[in-house]
Design a binder for this molecule. Structure first.
Ligand code: ATP
Ligand code: ZN
Ligand code: MG
Length: 396
């Protein structure tokens, strides 16, 4: 019996895939508490919730090898394109901001990946919101409000279940049945794993918690010609991605807030605006003095889809991430992304341009908690030392 399992991957994991494979191992089995992949790619260490016997060990090993093989076999290193590199801008702070955030009551964990935030973090998020709203205004993009729930049918139509099944969050309610509701009201109680209610008390899933903002706009435009042939819009919303044991402080949340500026129209319209947005944000980040870089990236597809889709995104430069420096851990964190979906949504949802061809779409997306967190990690908590405009914004 062992509660730590060492596995030699069936195929050596190339360095550029080490992080992606590690993050997917969280979803392999509920007994895995934490997974590590050596940077050499030759060893996987699983830390387990409890000791397992030889049979379970063999089962776990087989599942891990399935992930490794699916992700590594035939994978080739994507050419990372760096569009902006300001990582070496001087920063004021090198400590781990979590200690200070907790001490000041600026961050309170409700459950894994779910936090309440205090006034300083909130005002910082509002400061960044103001910058993103200015960006939206510069395109004349009007505001929209989208719901927190999204119909299962919508996500099915854009193949979300195939691409990101692991991070979905489902919504349900009690079945309309007097016995079920009565029984629930009398017996519902939480143990350390959650509610004790029998699964058949719950209705079939019709809705999920929304994983992104822009999808709602595309669905609103579905199955008709795009009025005026092009559209810019902006919205902010709660987004949900269940990232299992990868959830960590404000860096990776289950429930986070995303601001998007969204473009729908002909290819050039979308691509030009994505580029213009990037250049305008470059000025904003320069004013603040943020240390970051912008580089090509791919979405965190689940294992079956990973190799094909990631290679496709890289080859066509569909996604660029704004990666802010986290000095305390000598790494970077994606605080935003510039995305181009080609005509994927236009085709899947039948959004047509004047000539009958499918519309192209793109979005510029910012994670507000990550934005504030990265700022604090670089600038610390002495507000007097902050760039003047940020200082003024949080003092209001
Ligand atoms: P990552 O690569 O870190 O998983 P992503 O590439 O999946 O992020 P996008 O889909 O581009 O993220 O979402 C836009 C932005 O939303 C990200 O740049 C990030 O700032 C924020 N974001 C995404 N997932 C999370 C999360 N789990 N917690 C907090 N913020 C998030
Ligand atoms: Zn989007
Ligand atoms: Mg990413």
């Amino acid at each position: 019996m062992t509660d730590t399992l060492e596995i030699t991957p069936a195929l050596p994991i190339p360095e550029f895939l080490v992080g992606e494979v590690r993050s997917k191992l969280a979803y392999v089995d509920e007994t895995i508490r934490k997974a590590e992949v050596a940077i050499s790619g030759n060893r996987i260490t699983l830390h387990l919730e409890q000791a397992v016997d030889a049979a379970l060990e063999a089962e776990l090993t087989a599942k891990v090898q399935r992930v490794v093989t699916a992700m590594v076999k035939g994978a080739f290193k994507p050419k990372v394109q760096v569009l902006e590199d300001y990582l070496d801008r001087p920063v004021l702070y090198a400590e781990d901001p979590n200690t200070e955030l907790l001490q000041r009551g600026e961050m309170h964990q409700e459950t894994n990946g779910v936090y309440t935030l205090g006034p300083l973090v909130t005002r910082l998020m509002e400061y960044f919101e103001a910058q993103f709203l200015d960006l939206a205004d510069s395109f004349g993009a009007p505001p929209y409000r989208f719901p927190t729930l999204i119909p299962a049918q919508y996500l099915q139509r854009v193949d979300y279940f195939r691409a990101f099944p692991h991070s979905l969050t489902f919504v349900t309610h009690l079945r309309e049945d007097l016995d079920v509701i009565d029984s629930f009201s009398q017996h519902a109680a939480c143990d350390e794993h959650g509610l004790n209610t029998a699964p058949d008390s719950f209705s079939k899933i019709q809705a999920l918690l929304s994983p992104a903002v822009c999808y709602h706009l595309y669905f609103a435009l579905a199955d008709k010609p795009l009025p005026g042939g092009k559209l810019a819009a902006t919205s902010v919303g709660n987004c949900f991605r269940y990232e299992s044991s990868n959830l960590v402080s404000l860096e990776r949340l289950w429930n986070f807030t995303m601001r998007e500026v969204i473009f729908v129209g002909p290819k050039e319209y979308v691509l030009d605006n994505r580029e213009t947005a990037r250049n305008r944000m470059r000025d904003v980040f320069e004013r603040i003095g943020l240390a970051y870089r912008v580089e090509s990236a791919n979405d965190p597809f689940f294992i079956g889809e990973f190799r094909k889709q990631a290679a496709f995104q890289s080859a066509f430069q569909l996604k660029y991430e704004i990666r802010a420096r986290l000095p305390f851990k000598d790494s970077t964190l994606a605080v935003g992304s510039y995305n181009y979906h080609q005509d994927f949504f236009g085709r899947s949802l039948n959004i047509t341009l004047e000539d009958g061809s499918p519309a192209h779409t793109g979005c510029v997306a910012f994670g507000l908690e990550r934005m504030a967190y990265a700022f604090l990690a670089q600038f610390g908590f002495d507000v007097e030392q902050w760039p003047a405009e940020v200082r003024q914004a949080v003092k209001k």
